[in-house]
Ligand binder design. Sequence first.
Ligand code: NDP
Length: 266
Amino acid sequence: MAKEIFAIFGNPVSHSKSPLMHNLAFQGLGYDACYTRHLLEDGTKLKETFFNLKLKGVNVTVPHKEAAFNACDELDSFAQKIGVVNTIVEREGKLYGYNTDAPGFLKAISEFKEVKTVLFLGAGGTAQSTSSILRDEGYEVTLLNRSQERLEKYKADGFQTYTFETFEPCAFDLVINMTSAGLADNNLPAPQHILDTVIPKAKACVDVIYGKETPFLKLSKNHQKPTKDGSDMLLYQGIIAFEHFTDYSYTFNEIKPLMQKVFDFN
Ligand code: NDP
């Protein structure tokens, strides 16, 4: 059998940790495959590019997760529901699509017990899949976003939504930064006076950004709250994708220690 080749598609894609994560696992498990990266500029070319490169599977990152959804022949029920795909596997010439960001995130926050109400700061693409899975699991998700525009679809889906101007402070068990504020800048995801009312009432604060202490996490620590960054979300979405890539040949706990080594590299 020819060596299986996997890749990540995105734009940009040079920063992605996925190639290292997956190659560490392939190597550690003795699975004959390799994983590379591909800068995909035009999302409508996703399927064509996949087959031209003779790939077995891909992860898809910003801005092509909706294009990935459109490229698939078969979708699992969750990907079908949310319209966002980040993992594709080829089987007998057909492309099968999955979303592993959301279950990865769900697993990452499962360490926080007795959590019912969650405040999302942000309403972008990541919030879309994660809000849906959290609601399916019985959490009550409220969204607070800078602009009204992105909130419209959440409102239509029955979520409680606020902008900074309309927000009515109340208590939430978890406060989660789902924005890109703090990623390449020093911004808070919401005005400090709002955060100073919700953080003290929370049991814990979570950021989906990984590899740095964002202003949001810093503020949460100043309020003496337990915090967590996005590293586990990254790790868990990768492990779940790997399970699809290898058709569940390995358990989560066999893959985890190998992929986790990614955090030893800088
Ligand atoms: P999107 O571009 O889809 O959405 C960005 C969101 O951030 C919008 O709600 C936007 O609000 C808000 N935002 C951006 N800048 C600011 C600011 N300065 N102040 C307040 N709000 C702001 O991004 P994604 O959903 O794709 O990604 C969000 C974050 O999730 C990123 O930081 C990304 O790195 C991280 N991520 C982490 C993963 C992991 O594995 N740990 C996986 C995937 C994503 P508005 O509508 O007003 O513009």
